[in-house]
Design a protein around this ligand. Structure first.
Ligand SMILES: O=P(O)(O)OC[C@H]1O[C@H](O)[C@H](O)[C@@H](O)[C@@H]1O
Length: 320
């Protein structure tokens, strides 16, 4: 049941996000979310907390493509376990000391900040009625005092989520709005929903060097085009020449993940013990039904001087 009564007045003007797509704003406060639905039934849901995409349905709305933990906090109390959390301005645990991100929590503050819904952006890119583009904003002024203190730099983020019949595009635009230069990392921590991990392969990273976080951060070269997941996997593939990483299930292509101006990809599955140890990962054995393929810029740092802009993102295609 869609509750329209709590809609902030600033959002009223954005009601018609595309000639035919329907936009609903559900809930209030930290649990507000924006739902866009195409006339053909496909939909996307974006929680304002973290601008986290929590659901993406294709195939006329019949196929959910993203995994979301049954115990994911959707009330703004912690980062969402599932969907597409946005990682910025640091990936993983920050450098121990001596870096401007050192006082931030793991994966930074974007996934735990309340974003603004900016509405439908100007359709520069000839989106047909089969697509709808939603924009979300986060500015230094919108951070909690704690986050602002930990990273006192002036920035603007615009995150665009474009739903089309068979694909979802998520793109970040980072602008340095201050006098001082800053460095950042960025990553889209996408949790893909799959039927059976034993039948899944992640393809398209052949020849790429990766850091294996499960094996004491040692460096390896991917020698097989097909990565099978038979235990805990936590690998950072860097400087990837190929544009597309594919998730294949039971020998059939399931998802294509196409990077745009992002050179790195993390492949993660927590497997049995780690899944059990995470309080918000539920049910425990759902590691069998998810795999994270996370595109980003996480090797080294992206630097922006005053007024400069960085843009990067992904297009994910559901191939069912
Ligand atoms: O538990 P979180 O902070 O959400 O992080 C979940 C995971 O994110 C990435 O995939 C990292 O490579 C992993 O090392 C980490 O465990």
């Amino acid at each position: 049941m869609v509750d329209r009564t709590n809609r902030p007045s600033a959002l009223k003007a954005t009601d018609a996000a595309g000639p035919e797509a329907q936009i609903d704003i559900v809930g209030s406060g930290a649990s507000s979310k924006v739902i866009a639905t195409l006339p053909s039934g496909e939909s996307v849901e974006v929680l304002l907390f973290g601008a986290t995409v929590t659901s993406w349905k294709s195939n006329g709305g019949k196929t959910e493509n993203l995994w979301l933990s049954e115990k994911a906090a959707l009330d703004g109390s912690k980062a969402v376990r599932g969907g597409v959390p946005v990682v910025f301005p640091v990936f993983g645990p920050p450098p121990k000391s001596g870096h401007p991100t050192s006082s931030l929590p793991q994966h930074g503050f974007a996934r735990t900040s309340r974003w603004e819904f900016l509405g439908k952006s100007a359709a520069e890119d000839a989106l047909g009625s089969d697509s709808v583009k939603l924009d979300f904003g986060l500015y230094s002024s919108g951070l909690t005092d704690e986050a602002r203190k930990a990273w006192p730099l002036d920035f603007g983020l615009v995150y665009s989520v474009t739903l089309s019949k068979d694909s979802l595009q998520t793109v970040i635009n980072v602008r340095n709005e201050g006098e001082q230069s800053f460095e950042f990392q960025f990553l889209l921590h996408t949790y893909f929903k799959i039927q059976d991990i034993s039948k899944v392969a992640v393809n398209g990273l052949l020849g790429v060097t990766y850091v294996d976080k499960v094996l004491n951060a040692t460096e390896h070269k991917q020698s097989d085009n097909s990565i099978k997941i038979t235990g805990e996997v936590d690998r950072v593939y860097a400087s990837i020449p190929q544009d597309t990483t594919s998730i294949v299930e039971d020998g059939k292509p399931r998802f294509d993940v196409v990077r745009d101006n992002l050179q790195d990809t993390v492949v993660w599955n927590p497997w049995i013990e780690k899944a059990k140890s995470m309080g918000d990962f539920s049910p425990d054995d759902d590691y069998k039904h998810m795999v994270c393929v996370e595109v980003g810029a996480v090797q080294g740092w992206q630097k922006l001087d005053k007024g400069e802009v960085f843009e990067g993102g992904q297009t994910i295609r559901s191939l069912l």
